[in-house]
Design a protein around this ligand. Structure first.
Ligand code: DAT
Length: 174
């Protein structure tokens, strides 16, 4: 069955602005903000809590099972700091948000991240880990890299993704 709404991944290093972008997009377009963190927690798609990294150890098979029905219908804006686990056939667009290191440092420090975790995320952003993961996992034309340093960036990113969604709806109208 063809999707009547697109599925979009918004990914990037923690602190890059995924949640903020997803919430704005959901409000503007009526698509669902799907926080993977929340699903993992609520539906217990994990094998416990990782103390060192301060995150859930995700059971990917269980997570994909929990998401499959919604993915088939479409209309999900998926918010997660990884993207290679989602089958390409589920996804229409992958947005990788990027941020300058000094800005990211300030955002993660404001969240009171421990120094080791903060440094690990800074390294990951500098080394473009998520951008590479997206490019390795999805067709080139599906992956868009957008800067998320300022609120002007955020406004123009949200405008651009909203335009993309409207175009997708036109192109895929029955
Ligand atoms: P993530 O979900 O990627 O961890 P977030 O949406 O929670 O990130 O944003 C982290 C903080 O940074 C939050 O206080 C909002 C702020 N922020 C994010 N993107 C921004 C931008 N482009 N301009 C200004 N502030 C931004």
């Amino acid at each position: 069955m063809a999707r009547t709404q697109p599925n979009i991944i918004v990914t990037g290093t923690p602190g890059v602005g995924k949640t903020t972008h997803c919430e704005m997009l959901a409000e503007r377009t009526g698509l669902r903000h799907v926080s993977i963190n929340q699903i993992v927690k609520d539906k217990e798609c994990h094998e416990g809590w990782d103390d060192e990294f301060g995150c859930w150890i995700v059971d990917e098979d269980k997570l994909l099972d929990a998401m499959e029905d919604e993915a088939k219908v479409g209309g999900s804006i998926i918010d997660w700091h990884a993207c290679d686990l989602f089958p390409e056939s589920w996804i229409d667009l992958v947005v990788v948000l990027r941020v300058d290191s000094t800005t990211l440092y300030d955002r993660l420090a404001a969240r009171k991240y421990p120094e080791a975790k903060l440094q690990e995320n800074l390294d990951s952003e500098i080394m473009e880990v998520l951008l590479q993961e997206a490019r390795d996992s999805y067709a080139e034309q599906m992956v868009v890299e957008l800067q998320s340093n300022t609120s002007d960036d955020m406004d123009s990113n949200v405008d651009r993704i909203e335009q993309w969604i409207m175009q997708w709806r036109k192109d895929n109208a029955e």
